[in-house]
Design a protein around this ligand. Sequence first.
Ligand code: NAD
Length: 262
Amino acid sequence: MYADLNGKVAVITGGSKGIGNAIAQRFGQEHMKVVINYNSDPEGAQKVADAILDQGGQGAVTVQADVATEAGVQAILDAALTNFGDLDVWVNNAGMEIKAPTHELTLADWNKVISINETGVFLGSKAALAYFKAHKKPGNIINMSSVHEQIPWPTFASYAAAKGAVKLFTQTIAMEYAKDGIRVNGIGPGAINTPINADKFADQAQYDQTVAMVPMNRIGKPEEVAAGAAWLASSESSYVTGITLFIDGGMTLYPAFKDGQG
Ligand code: NAD
């Protein structure tokens, strides 16, 4: 628990399930007031809000919005200001992936992945930065990247390109706004048990293949990613900006070498 988070206002995009759900719940446990954005799953988002309130949370509201649009991002900011009167932490978590060999990837699918994973992070960060600047607040932005900001991923070129962009975008705005006391960091999850991986992990062979790429030999839990988000949001990480915090069981450590080959 981080005492300084008590009463702070946080936005989590894509918060109706998976990692976003876990971050929203963890922030609720930290006694933060939480805005849960969803795009297409109002029931899921409401369940997250209800769970936070049932556990004695200070506040939780849901807001429908597509993070790839300026109007959507404005609606999320408005929800924070209307319900809680302030903004302290903005988590750009919403994301999705489309698998296709690159020579068959359609322009529409490329644009979709880039617009949610990359442009959505830009729009969310821009809205938060403008608010923090206007109110002279030492705000905090957390961008959900991936191990694939570093590890190439054949047949997921649009996703890897977007996450690579998120890495340098995060580093750049961390530098740009450090003088304002605003901290901006990324999180790079490895293989985490969420709906985005449901089909893959339902297939035992693919599950085993994924586990084999993790030196710690297991799939991660959304709560383990949420723990990193809470630390980055808190003043316990007060001298940290521009990093990617990999939460990946060692997946970025070249696991092919794990038994001393090479
Ligand atoms: P998920 O599919 O469970 O959740 C993604 C959320 O984003 C969903 O709630 C979805 O509705 C929302 N979303 C998608 N498009 C949106 C839009 N246009 N506007 C608003 N919300 C939208 O996936 P997850 O695993 O929880 O992923 C969360 C983040 O973590 C993503 O950015 C993903 O790329 C990243 N990530 C996940 C893993 C993993 O193994 N699960 C690994 C690395 C990175």
